[in-house]
Design a protein around this ligand. Structure first.
Ligand code: CP3
Length: 354
């Protein structure tokens, strides 16, 4: 069934809307006091993500507070390698850590595609529970990491500034990296299709680390595998199209290639000029983005001005499609009232362009 507010889904399909829809990457997170409250009851991040009732509660928090135009499943991209048996934990002050990083040929050969309805059944339960709780108010976005971004954490075993272990494998044993990427592409496609079957109405692939690759390597090790995923995705569910968004942080150099990957929308980080992005992709896809998340630390006047700058940059929507978002996840120290200013300014000011 169509959501009452389906502005987000229409924008992704480049159909007319009355205003520009807005949601924010990491909209449910530590900047919200109600999130911190639920998280302390859950005990840990994984305790939160693995409990469908808690996951539902925090998914709806930013929707209830701000009137955003889409909800995003509360989970994490690293649940997939965790389901492959790599042993994910979040260490205070250090971020995600895997107990069994994939650094040898034996470890690569031992990788398998988890059954999304078994090992990741808790995510599908969360999707169903969130859909019930949303009661069709706004659409629900499902998501996954890209095969390459997941490989970065799996091989490195944790976050990194330079992902040296990954790049070492890439330049010494590209065959091993490609085996990891093949398993990941299968796993991500199955995982996203299970989310769609459970009720996700759009999906986003986060390629957070694709942008650190050299030209040529990006196409070979990141985009090619994102394309394998896109080719396998269910395009229709319940009689409604299920649009896909590819967000590559640092992907500004390859917008045209990403727009040709088979996705419906391309996510932009804040380094990209959105008018140029629109020219380069020639309205073949919708665009999502791309306010610098740190604008939210500015004054009310600055936030309104910078929001208008992005909307003016995209310009009259006509045959295009624009979903307003930040250029990356919201920072945990963001003042809560800044987000309301952003949402209201997008909704009001964008009407002139529709
Ligand atoms: O957008 C949403 O509100 C949905 C939830 C969501 C989370 N992570 C929850 C989360 C989404 C879409 C993600 C994606 C994610 N996770 C990415 C891709 C997007 C991006 O930010 O580039 C990546 C790279 C991860 C991996 C990850 N998860 C890291 C590096 C960390 C620790 C960093 C940190 O901010 O502490 C996480 C933990 C995490 N995932 C938190 C949240 C709200 C914070 C942890 C907490 O509450 O303790």
């Amino acid at each position: 069934m169509k959501p009452v507010n389906d502005c987000f889904l229409r924008a992704l399909k480049r159909k007319p809307t009355e205003f520009t829809p807005v949601w924010l990457m990491r909209q449910a997170g530590r900047y919200l006091p109600e999130y911190c409250e639920t998280r302390s009851r859950a005990g840990s991040f994984m305790g939160l993500a693995q409990n469908p009732d808690y996951a539902t509660e925090v998914t709806l928090q930013p929707i209830d507070r701000y009137g955003l135009d889409a909800a995003i499943l509360f989970s994490d991209i690293l649940t997939v390698p965790d389901a492959m048996g790599l042993g994910l934990s979040f260490v205070q002050g250090e971020g995600p850590v895997f107990a069994k990083p994939v650094q040898t040929e034996e470890a690569v050969n031992a990788l398998y595609v988890p059954d999304p309805n078994v090992e990741l059944g808790y995510v599908m339960d969360a999707v169903k529970s969130i859909r019930r709780a949303l009661g069709n108010r706004v659409p629900l976005i499902g998501f996954s990491g890209s095969p390459f971004t997941l490989a970065c954490y799996m091989i490195e075993g944790r976050g990194s500034r330079d992902f040296r272990t990954v790049k070492t494998m890439m330049y010494r044993r590209p065959d091993l990296l490609e085996r990891v990427l093949d398993v990941n592409a299968e796993a991500v496609a199955a995982y996203l299709n299970a989310q769609i079957a459970a009720g996700a109405q759009a999906v986003q692939i986060f390629d957070t680390w694709g942008g650190m690759l050299a030209d040529g390597d990006f196409q070979r090790f990141s985009l090619a595998y994102t394309m394998k995923v896109l080719a396998k995705l269910e395009k229709v569910s319940d009689g409604e199209p299920v649009p896909s968004i590819v967000f590559t942080k640092g992907g500004g150099e390859w917008l045209s290639a990403i727009a040709n990957s088979g996705c419906d929308a391309v996510g932009l980080d804040w380094s990209v000029n959105i008018a140029r992005a629109r020219r380069e992709t020639a309205d073949r896809v919708a665009l999502q983005g791309n306010l610098d998340p740190y604008v939210l630390f500015g004054t009310e006047e600055t936030i309104r001005r910078e929001v208008r700058r992005v909307l003016d940059g995209f310009g009259p929507v006509k045959d295009g499609g624009h979903v307003f978002n930040l250029g990356h996840g919201i920072n945990q120290f963001t003042p809560v009232e800044s987000v309301q200013i952003l949402v209201d300014e997008v909704h009001e000011y964008s009407r002139r362009y529709h």
